[in-house]
Design a protein around this ligand. Structure first.
Ligand code: SF4
Length: 361
């Protein structure tokens, strides 16, 4: 008889405390924390590599256990992302069609008028989104940009929808100004591991990214930070990226995991290695285990994913999606397709009242 029927994560008498067993299989305790165990900020690369290396079913089972210990099952939060200022960015992120360094055909637009942004937020809210993300292609915003975006934030917040912004690097003062305007979340991805990051972006350093995340955290904004899978990085890089995120002083509240969308004209489109969908799902599962309270978001690249792959990502612990017709400059599955998939899976879209009741993670 199985000795650990009631709780697969409890140590078995007679075994070294560093071991836990399930169905006769014993593994290092560090790989199988209790689903509700305290949050950790001291993950090591070998530990996280070992999580990635688990048998696929064990990894998904583990991630689902952690997920259910911290979140309402069968529920996803939906965010809509609007590009409020597109193209013409001086940075050279190798995946980005908005960089001035690459000829991608993306037009350079001025910042949208405040009224148009508020109107888009109203439509997103009516379609079921509970968070409205405003993205601008900046290295870092200027004073006049912050003033205008603060006005957008005030007016969008007044609709009763959560607000998020992604505007590049921020100073501590700018982070406070956005917070004062009522901003809830700030997105700034670490993109990859520190060592692989240098191969993708040369115009700013990993430390710049971490500095902005610190400014955001210190302004008491909620942090949204994740990365991109499929840029030619190794599994070790994916593990390194997740170690960076999980070992921040506070886990990000949202962790977007993007699949590279290779856009013609960007360096990564020229020779982009496709990452196996199951490896993408493993990345979601490990993110869920390392950052149990975060909303792990299935983000860019979802358009190209089958329903089955998206379903596995939900099973691995993804509980947030980008929703709407446009995801910055790349397509996103349309609202009806998303709704149909959620209906088929009997997954509920989180309502604004549920978002508000959940509050911060
Ligand atoms: S900073 Fe943002 S908008 Fe600019 S090139 Fe990098 S990803 Fe694109």
């Amino acid at each position: 008889m199985n000795a650990v029927v009631s709780s697969p994560f409890l140590p078995v008498d007679g075994l070294p405390p560093a071991q836990v067993c399930q169905d006769g299989l014993c593994q290092p305790a560090s790989l199988r924390p209790s689903p509700a165990s305290p949050l950790r900020h001291d993950w090591t690369l070998p530990e996280v590599e070992a999580l990635f290396d688990q048998p696929f079913m064990d990894l998904l089972f583990h991630a689902q256990q952690v997920h259910r210990a911290h979140h309402v099952a069968n529920r996803v939060q939906m965010s809509t992302l609007l590009s409020i200022k597109t193209g013409g960015c001086p940075e050279d992120c190798g995946y980005c069609p908005q960089s001035i360094h690459y000829d991608t055909g993306v037009a350079r637009d001025d910042m949208m008028p405040v009224a148009a942004v508020v109107d888009a937020a109203r439509r997103a809210q009516a379609a079921g989104a509970t968070r409205f993300c405003m993205g601008a292609a900046f290295r870092s915003p200027k004073k006049r940009d912050i003033e205008r975006i603060a006005q957008m934030i005030r007016e969008v917040s007044a609709l009763g929808i959560e607000t998020c912004a992604t505007l590049g690097m921020l100073t501590p003062e700018q982070a406070h100004e956005l917070k004062d305007a009522g901003l809830d979340y700030y997105n700034h991805n670490v993109d990859s591991s520190e060592s692989y990051y240098r191969k993708i972006i040369s115009t700013r350093t990993y430390q710049h990214r971490l500095d902005t995340l610190a400014a955001v955290r210190n302004a008491h904004l909620k942090v949204c930070s994740g990365g991109i899978v499929g840029m030619g990085e190794t599994r070790l890089d994916r593990a390194g990226m997740l170690v960076t995120l999980a070992n921040l002083p506070e886990h990000p509240h949202s962790v977007p995991i993007n699949q590279l969308v290779a856009v013609e004209g960007t360096p990564l489109a020229a020779d982009h290695p496709v990452v196996d969908g199951l490896e993408f799902v493993r990345t979601i599962a490990v993110a869920r285990i390392l950052m149990p309270q975060a909303q792990v978001r299935l983000s860019a690249g979802r358009e190209a994913m089958s329903e089955e792959l998206q379903t596995l990502a939900f099973l691995a612990g993804a509980n947030s999606i980008f929703y709407g017709e446009k995801l910055l400059t790349t397509g996103n599955p349309d609202v009806e397709r998303d709704r149909a998939l959620l209906d088929k899976l009997k997954i509920q879209a989180e309502t604004q009242a549920q978002t508000d009741a959940r509050g911060c993670c």
